[in-house]
Design a protein around this ligand. Structure first.
Ligand code: MSP
Length: 647
């Protein structure tokens, strides 16, 4: 059995979780869950970084003991991770004695090896980043990392002989291309290592900072917070406390970090490990930043979006899906609620939700709600079967490359293929013809089995929603009990012929209300523009703006849809225009099955004279474009309130 040890950065207790910190944690969780369902033995560690000046200062400001401040702040992280369904195996806090004891032993060992020495230090200190800088590092006299003012300091300190490892580190990075990912970060570190590497100042005098691990060889000093914090990656799997367990996990497979902490993880950390004679982590994976107002999102910048608020409004799994799907690992991205809604409606509510909905609704309507007994290897199912198998292979392959976007691309392709298969087979027509009963059963089995595969493939990203999909399909057990590497099309232990398909409420209902106030200015023209248009003489078949304004186009939502008896081209739709309900008759039955329309937004002419078509009253007309491959219903590209005027 492969083992897989993955870590997140340990977060400063002073901050509260926001989309940025939630992202690191969710991505690590998704990778951990994929490895678990791929059959690996997994250790997933997150935690909090509690020493240092910031925690000490914040506690002082609040007038509480520093430990109490930390204990209280940690709860915010634990709550947020529990809300986001983060399946960590260990939560490590740097103030725990299991950790401080390891830090003390590591310091003593490196000191005894002669690799820590005392010297006078003169330099520029940034309180915010708790780091020293040389004069040439500064940008316009300020900290090159956070831009804040620095203070000039001269004092005795202890140094780790990091410079001795420079050549070795450069060689390691060259020989192990997977060590720093993505490549842009690897190049950044190789660039950094072109200049001579300084030794690392690993102490802070107690007179300035007392909230830290005391140096075992000089009790006037505490350990530099980064030197202390990085060691958490060793403490959690049992370094110096349970050597057998430790050997089973170390070296770590993935350190997941943000691009802001690449130097500490790819320069300081490997040299510390080398001094301890330990192998280096396989991969340090650095993601980009979630931005807001063109700046990195963060509490201190006052632009943080709360994952709690988003999850409470949109659902935990929807948020998890968005975080994983929207960001290309390594690049920065601006958070926007519009893109959140766009992704949700296009991929979850429409594509995935529609596939699930039509599958279970039709099984319940046409097959008495039971899984049909068919040959899963039937040639009719070949394309879908092959694609489902290929998607599983892609998922396990690209997982090795940490390519979560690659997995989701492949998965969404399978979703679309499922929907295409339904359109091609037309089970709503097969159901009308008793001779096509066998065909109908095959079609619906194909859709159910595709959904079963999808609920396993998407489980690491949306564990709760996928368990609900699994339940609606009536499969025994849970999706995580299905091994990704063993999942086979037609497995008799998955969909059991004759068992009930219970169905249920839509798993991805449409979202009407946004969380933030994103009301846009009403689109339109000013009165002056209006007049100018009016004065222009209409030419040939052109109409004036006023003529156009007379046509009331509105966004409507289909509430129900059914065939019109005796008219095989017509569907009777009940639609909602917000406060008002309407009935429409539309000649689209050859192109859309009724189930597929329910819940969709369409565009209608709302002020058309009512008409009676085949004895049924129609109060409006929907808009559609007739293309070479069929009819395309017009719908807004983004969810808007029902009844919104199209102008
Ligand atoms: N305590 C150190 C890490 C020590 S690890 C041995 C630290 N903590 S932090 O709380 O400031 O931030 C940790 C991580 O949060 C960042 O590296 C990054 O992974 C994540 N992010 C914080 N803000 C972020 C964004 N706006 N966007 C994406 N990730 C960001 O540094």
């Amino acid at each position: 059995m492969n083992s897989f040890y993955i870590t997140t950065p340990i977060y400063y207790v002073n901050d509260v979780p926001h989309i940025g910190t939630a992202y690191s944690t969710v991505i690590a969780d998704v990778l951990a869950r994929y490895h678990r369902i791929a059959g690996d033995r997994v250790l997933f560690v997150t935690g909090t970084d509690e020493h240092g000046q910031k925690a000490e200062q914040a506690a002082k400001e609040r007038g509480v003991p520093t430990q109490q401040h930390c204990d209280e702040m940690v709860e915010g992280f634990k709550e947020a991770w529990s809300l986001l369904n983060i399946s960590y195996d260990d939560f490590i806090r740097t103030t725990e004695s299991r950790h401080t004891s390891v830090v003390t032993q590591v310091l003593q060992r490196i000191y005894d090896q002669g690799e820590i020495y005392a010297a006078d230090y003169e330099g520029w200190y940034c309180v915010s980043d708790e780091r020293f800088w040389t004069e040439k590092d500064l940008i316009e006299g300020n900290c090159p990392e956070c831009g804040k003012a620095v203070s000039h300091i001269s004092e005795k300190n202890y140094f780790f002989r990091m410079s001795a490892y420079q050549d070795w580190l450069i060689q390691h990075i060259h020989e192990n291309p997977e060590f720093i990912q993505p490549e842009s970060r690897r190049n950044e570190i190789l660039g950094f290592l072109k200049s001579p590497l300084n030794d690392l100042c690993i102490s802070r005098p107690k007179s300035r900072l007392s909230w830290g691990v005391p140096l075992p060889f000089d009790d006037e000093y505490v350990c530099y917070v980064w030197f202390d914090a990085l060691i958490n990656y060793l403490t959690a799997p049992g370094y110096l406390s349970d050597e057998d367990a430790f050997k089973g996990w170390w070296p770590a497979d993935r350190h997941l970090i943000g691009k802001d902490i690449v130097t500490t993880h790819c320069v300081y950390w490997p040299t510390m490990l080398k001094a301890l004679d330990l192998p280096l982590p396989k991969t340090v994976l650095a993601h980009g930043w979630w931005m807001a107002d063109e700046r990195k999102m963060g509490k201190s910048l006052g632009n943080a979006v709360s994952p709690k608020d988003l999850a409470a409004h949109y659902g935990v799994d929807t948020l998890r899906y968005f975080l994983v799907r929207e960001m290309t690992l390594g690049l920065d991205i601006t958070f926007s609620e519009d893109s959140f809604l766009r992704r949700y409606h296009a991929e979850l509510a429409n594509d995935l939700g529609n596939l699930l909905n039509r599958s279970v609704v039709m099984v319940r309507r046409y097959l008495d709600g039971m899984v049909p007994k068919v040959d899963p290897q039937d040639p009719v199912l070949e394309d879908l079967r092959t694609l489902a198998g290929a998607t599983l292979t892609t998922a396990t392959e690209v997982l090795e490359a940490n390519n979560l976007n690659g997995i989701l691309d492949a998965v969404m392709e399978l979703v679309r293929a499922g929907n295409r298969f339904a359109e091609q087979q037309g089970p709503w027509n097969q159901a009308k013809d008793p001779d096509q009963r066998g065909g109908l059963e095959l079609t619906l089995y194909g859709l159910l089995e595709t959904m079963r595969h999808l609920s396993v493939l998407l489980w690491p990203v949306m564990p709760e929603r996928c368990s609900e999909i699994w339940r609606q399909l009536g499969c025994p057990g849970t999706p995580e009990s299905a091994d990704l590497r063993q999942l086979t099309w037609g497995d008799a232990k998955g969909l059991v012929a004759g068992s009930t398909v219970p169905g249920g409420d839509p798993v991805f209902p449409r979202i009407e209300k946004t969380l933030f106030d994103t009301r846009q200015e009403e689109a339109g023209v000013s009165e002056a523009d209006d007049k100018a248009v009016e004065e222009k003489k209409p030419q040939s078949n052109r109409i004036t703006f006023k003529d156009f304004q007379n046509v009331e186009l509105k966004v409507a939502r289909v509430v129900s849809a059914e065939p019109v008896e005796g008219a095989d081209r017509l569907l009777r739709l009940q639609v909602s225009l917000g406060d008002e309900k309407r009935q429409l008759v539309a000649g689209i039955a050859k192109h859309y099955e009724p189930e597929a329309l329910v819940g969709r937004q369409i565009v209608v002419v709302a002020n058309l004279e009512p008409a009676t078509i085949r004895g049924v009253q129609s109060e409006g007309m929907l808009l559609a474009a007739s293309g070479p491959d069929g009819l395309a219903l017009l719908q807004p590209g983004l969810e808007v309130p029902d009844g919104t005027r199209v102008s």
